[in-house]
Design a protein around this ligand. Structure first.
Ligand SMILES: Nc1ncnc2c1ncn2[C@@H]1O[C@H](COP(=O)(O)OP(=O)(O)OP(=O)(O)O)[C@@H](O)[C@H]1O
Ligand SMILES: [Mg+2]
Length: 334
């Protein structure tokens, strides 16, 4: 991970959808219907919903790859309709699955696309490419001259993310960026991206089919139902704790209680006091509640002593976790 440079890290923009409807000319049914969403600057908003529910359509209206039929989308208060379309798109990093990279161009040229359009000088571009490759875990010495076909799917995705970030845009649109990738690589890319996002906070709209990915990546999740209607827009914790209706409850799955437990770590919760004496199993405070519960059930362990390094924080029991599950969720992301 590289350190933060000047001009990086500060840029993010609020995106607001106000009663946005999209009708494709040849269809009478709306693809997106009366969608209202406020995405605070610097947050990751995940769009999720069944195939055809309008996720890609909603996203592409932000950079005007698709026109808005009714309503409006604003970026920091300015309507996207009033912005110069070229400028608008240069301020938005866009990651799409597979077809994203130009196959006939080297990695360096792929990443440098927008900086070149912006007229950066060669030295600055070269430096930026190196910095980004390092940031996404590729080799800044070996990789710039290679071509997309010489990389694995996961590495190509990294190049795609680097390219989208090249000119430090305040907004990133990511349409199923880790879709067709094996679960292990996918998890690594997710973790890398979250780490990156914590360093360089941009406003991100992230489309996925995968509810586990949505829960992991999203500060907030927007669930769309067929017909492009918003079913619920909330933090992952609130969606899991209080799904708005049957559709959302089905969508997040019957194991939503367990999913909720994977969002929190032992160090974040109220534990029981530590009794005198010892003989309890110790566990690290960074363990998720889900893993702690699993350990207790599988090992028939009644109490865990939660340790922050050498310091005992308290006692976790099945009851402690059960009490938490009875609460209705949080409004703000952790
Ligand atoms: N260019 C188009 N012309 C007409 N209808 C379209 C067009 N693009 C998309 N649609 C329709 O709009 C609806 C929403 O499509 P969209 O691509 O936004 O769905 P999605 O949620 O991204 O689906 P998926 O998960 O399969 O990618 C679908 O019914 C689709 O058939
Ligand atoms: Mg789509």
């Amino acid at each position: 991970m590289t350190r933060r440079r000047n001009g990086e890290g500060g840029s993010a923009a609020e995106i607001v959808f106000r009663n946005v409807t999209k009708r494709y000319a040849e269809r009478t049914e709306a693809a997106v219907r009366d969608l209202s969403l406020e995405i605070p600057a610097g947050e990751i908003c995940v769009l999720i919903g069944p195939s055809g529910s309008g996720k890609t359509t909603a996203m592409k209206m932000v950079n005007r790859l698709i026109s808005i039929t009714e309503g409006d989308i604003t970026i920091d208060g300015q309507s996207v309709k009033d912005l110069d379309v070229t400028e608008l798109r240069r301020g938005i990093g866009y990651v799409i699955q597979q077809i994203g990279l130009f196959p006939h161009m080297s990695v360096e040229d792929n990443i440098a696309t927008v900086p070149r359009l912006r007229g950066w000088d060669k030295g600055r571009i070269r430096e930026r490419v190196r910095e980004l490759l390092e940031l996404v875990g590729l080799d800044p010495d070996e990789d710039p001259g290679r071509y997309p076909s010489e990389f694995s799917g996961g590495q190509r995705q990294r190049v795609g993310v680097a390219r989208a970030m090249a000119a430090d845009p305040p907004i990133m649109l990511m349409d199923e960026p880790f879709g067709a990738i094996d679960p292990i690589t996918r998890e690594r890319l997710q973790n890398d991206f979250l780490r990156l996002h914590a360093l360089i906070r941009k406003t991100v709209i992230f489309v996925t089919h995968d509810i586990d990915e949505a829960i992991k990546m999203g500060d907030r999740i927007a669930i769309l139902r067929p017909g492009g209607v918003l079913a619920q827009y909330d933090t992952p914790d609130t969606i899991l704790a209080s799904p708005a209706d049957e559709f959302v409850a089905d969508f997040v799955g019957a194991d939503r209680g367990l999913k909720r437990l994977s969002l929190r770590r032992l160090r974040d919760i109220e534990l029981d006091p530590v009794p005198p004496g010892n003989g309890v199993t110790r566990i690290d405070a960074d363990t998720t509640l889900r893993d702690a519960l699993s350990l207790m059930l599988a090992g028939q362990i009644e109490r865990l002593l939660v340790m922050d390094e050498q310091r005992p924080l308290g006692i976790c029991t099945v009851d402690v976790i059960g009490r938490l599950l009875a609460t209705r969720g949080t409004d703000a992301p952790a």
